[in-house]
Design a protein around this ligand. Structure first.
Ligand code: MTE
Length: 314
């Protein structure tokens, strides 16, 4: 497992995790189930994937702020498939997440489909503390559980013609009332370059707060790309495709002047309708300055060398 060295803006974990309940739970479970290597569990097909939570925390990913309590992050969500308000939790209960398979196709050695639980057992899980910055200028900090996207890329074995990875959310108008709104370009689509997808920070998320993802967070599997605005982190994925052309993403299809392909966080580049200089931290009455690449510049700035002519921050 790749461990990154601690950077200046990081603080020790015990200061970044104020939730007593969360800590107690980890203390109880961490020694037993939490520290069992996922790879050894993978040999026991009878064991439910839920037994893999809470997963061992990768200490290479720490925060400069407190973890957002779940009562705030879990009740203030963007999930347009279930409506445009932030209170999608009740509607998202209709999302049936088991069984759930994900298709890997496009320019790969051999397309395949795999159940999310099988995938989890195959690649193993870890926990990482990540910041999340929405383009609407609010932010949160959460303990995601999942695995690096690069592990899925390795399983897919893309050919040299693959330049981008495209992520697709489920399409089911019966289950998701928002998808009956015909003016949205469903299904929700997002994309990354191959280099971005293989960056160590790009993470496929299957859990949060030490347990499987609640529906409103994008169960059973979503993306987390913490240096980009939150809309890049597509939820409830059913397909990952390796493609030659840059995908036309959901928000770009709706309003390209405001939401582009790159969408890297930059406090100096305002949204056409509001400033991106600062952000409201969920669960607090604080506004804090926004950081370039959401504070992850050291890990990702190199990805954009030579691309300065692109609209990197929209
Ligand atoms: N994915 C899908 N399928 N549908 C959505 O509406 N909203 C995006 C992103 N992924 C969205 C999505 C936006 S704008 C943000 S900020 C994050 O999900 C919100 O994630 P959260 O609800 O876990 O905070």
């Amino acid at each position: 497992m790749h461990i990154m060295r601690r950077r200046g803006w990081e603080i020790p974990e015990h200061r970044a995790t104020p939730e007593a309940v969360f800590l107690n739970r980890r203390a109880l479970l961490g020694g037993a189930a939490g520290l069992v290597a996922a790879s050894s569990l993978g040999r026991n097909p009878a064991l439910a994937a839920e037994a893999l939570y809470p997963a061992r925390r990768n200490e290479g990913y720490t925060l400069d702020r407190a973890v957002t309590p779940e009562r705030y992050s879990g009740d203030y969500n963007n999930f347009y498939e279930f409506g445009t308000s932030k209170t999608v939790l009740p509607a998202a209960n209709a999302l049936k997440t088991s069984p759930w398979t994900i298709k890997i196709d496009g320019l790969v050695e051999k397309p395949f489909e795999i159940g999310v639980d099988d995938l989890i057992r195959k690649v193993g899980l870890e926990e990482r503390l990540y910041r999340h910055r929405c383009v609407e200028a609010w932010s949160m900090a959460v303990p995601w559980t999942g695995f690096p996207l690069s592990k899925l890329v390795a399983l897919a074995k893309p050919g040299s013609g693959a330049k981008y990875v495209q992520f697709q959310t489920f399409l089911d108008k019966g289950m998701a009332p928002g998808q009956r709104q015909f003016f949205y370009p469903w299904p929700y689509l997002e994309g990354l370059t191959m280099a971005e997808a293989n960056n160590d920070l790009a993470f496929l998320v299957t859990g949060v707060y030490g347990k499987p993802l609640p529906n409103q967070f994008g169960a059973p599997i979503r993306l987390a790309v913490p240096w980009k605005y939150g809309f890049k982190s597509a939820k409830s994925l059913v397909k990952v495709s390796f493609v030659a052309e840059r995908p036309k993403t959901f928000w770009e299809g709706l309003q390209a002047s405001e939401y582009g392909f790159w969408a890297n966080v930059n406090p100096a580049v305002p949204h056409p309708r509001w400033s991106q200089a600062s952000e409201r931290v969920l669960g607090t009455d604080q506004r804090v300055p926004t950081l370039i690449y959401n504070g992850y510049g050291e890990q990702v700035a190199d990805l954009y060398k030579g691309l300065e002519k692109e609209r990197l921050f929209v």
